[in-house]
Each structure stands twice: as structure tokens, then as C-alpha cells.
Write a protein that binds this ligand. Structure first.
Ligand code: CTP
Ligand code: MG
Length: 217
């Protein structure tokens, strides 16, 4: 495939509670990162995977992944971890996916859908789901200011897909740390397209998420 996948995996996992860095925590006997990379490699489009490992864990991470997967050291922010991985991608890959290690159960069909939309000409593509909860805007005291129209909102997942030049330019121009790469592209005024996400692409963030993921496997 002509697609390279970057996997930011350098976070501490503070919201999951005390323990190893989140990407190295186990789900059904294997690190979250191993689950995520397996699903990327099961997607025929993906020809290259670059993982941004937790500081000091590059060798440990390399040893748990199949040969050919590139491992670099991550940074203090997600954005810097992605930037480090992006620099390691060989020149021949023109489509770049950025995929959270914490979305360990993301189906290959979602990965393929995002890659296909970039190949079809989109400069940036994100998988999304409708928002199921009613959403309110509140003031500093926590009192309700307004109810937001849920119909125009989407919850955003990964992998997020990009034309390589677009992502590289976005990272070169990036200022503040954002929680996703499409946000950097939006700030350049580039249109970001959406494709359907999947419940299985949920981000494992809190202890309950890990229990749900165990039940799903
Ligand atoms: N990430 C990263 N480098 C960082 C911070 C986050 O590569 N400095 C990665 C995480 O490893 C994760 C993804 O970005 O795969 C999404 O971040 P998040 O779910 O917030 O993970 P953590 O930052 O590890 O968790 P927390 O915010 O609870 O500490
Ligand atoms: Mg975080």
C-alpha cells in the first residue's frame, strides 16, 4: 500500500489511573498498542507503520511489534509525538493516517474507509459518529447557558487521514497543542471531510473503557 500510518503511543494515560504508559497496558493479555498496530497491518492499504513510543521505551516497544514497524521516541504532547513520527516516514508514502494507540479495537474497515477518501482526493478526512447525549453550554458557575443543537455535532475518532503535504505543512505551522491533527489543518483553512466512524474505534481513556473493550473482544 501507499499509505503510512503514524501511531502516537507516548501518552501517560493519567485518566486510566496509575500504572504503565497507557499504550503498554494490557487488554486480553496484550498491550493496547499491539492490538492497534495489528489492525493497521491487517488493512491492505497500509504499507508503513511508525509508532511514537513513550520516552525511554523505544526498545521495549520495538520488541513487541512485528519486524518492519518503525519506532521513534514520542514527545511531551500528542502533537510533538505525531511530528516525530511524521519525520520518520519514507518519501514514497503520499497518504498519511494518524491513529491513536488508545483506539485499540478500530476495525480495518474504518482504516480503509479513511484511506479511500484521501485517495479519492480529500486533503483531510476524519471518521465521526453522531453525538448521542444532549449537550449544554455552561458558564463558570456550571449553570446552563444554552442547549446546543446535537444534530450538527459529531464525535471525532481516528485514524485521521491526510494528503502528506497538507499534514506536513500543518505541523510546520502549528502553534498550540491540539488534541487532533485535523484541527491543525482546519486552522489553515483547508476543508476537512468526514466518513462514518465505528463504535469499536472508541478511545480507551478511563477504567470503564478498558472493561468495555475486554467485553467486546
Ligand atoms: N499521546 C502521545 N504523546 C503524548 C500524549 C498522548 O503519543 N505526549 C498519544 C497517546 O498515547 C494516545 C493518543 O495520543 O494513544 C491519544 O491521547 P490520550 O487518549 O489523551 O492518551 P494519554 O495522553 O496517554 O492519556 P491521558 O490524557 O489520560 O493522560
Ligand atoms: Mg492525553
Amino acid at each position: 500500500g501507499d499509505v503510512a500510518a503514524l501511531v502516537p503511543a507516548a501518552g501517560a494515560g493519567l485518566r486510566l489511573g496509575p500504572g504503565a504508559p497507557k499504550a503498554l497496558r494490557h487488554l486480553a493479555g496484550e498491550p493496547l498498542l499491539v492490538h492497534a498496530v495489528r489492525r493497521l497491518l491487517a488493512t491492505p492499504d497500509v504499507g508503513c507503520v511508525v509508532v511514537a513510543a513513550p520516552p525511554g521505551e523505544v526498545d521495549t516497544v520495538q520488541a513487541m511489534l512485528p519486524e518492519g514497524v518503525l519506532v521513534v521516541e514520542g514527545g511531551a504532547t500528542r502533537q510533538s509525538s505525531v511530528a516525530n513520527a511524521l519525520r520518520a516516514v519514507p518519501a514514497e508514502y503520499t497518504i498519511i493516517l494518524v491513529h491513536d494507540a488508545a483506539r485499540a479495537l478500530t476495525p480495518p474497515a474504518v482504516i480503509a474507509r479513511v484511506a479511500a477518501a484521501v485517495r479519492a482526493g480529500a486533503l483531510a478526512v476524519i471518521p465521526v459518529l453522531p453525538v448521542v447525549d444532549t449537550i449544554k453550554r455552561v458558564d463558570d458557575a456550571g449553570d446552563v447557558l444554552a442547549t446546543v443543537d446535537r444534530a450538527v455535532l459529531r464525535a471525532v475518532q481516528t485514524p485521521q487521514g491526510f494528503d502528506r503535504k497538507t499534514l506536513t505543512t500543518a505541523h510546520d505551522q502549528a502553534g498550540d497543542d491540539l488534541t487532533d491533527d485535523a484541527g491543525l489543518v482546519e486552522m489553515m483553512g483547508v476543508r476537512v471531510a468526514t466518513v462514518p466512524g465505528d463504535d469499536l474505534a472508541m478511545k480507551i481513556t478511563r477504567p470503564l473503557d478498558l472493561k468495555i473493550a475486554e467485553a467486546l473482544l
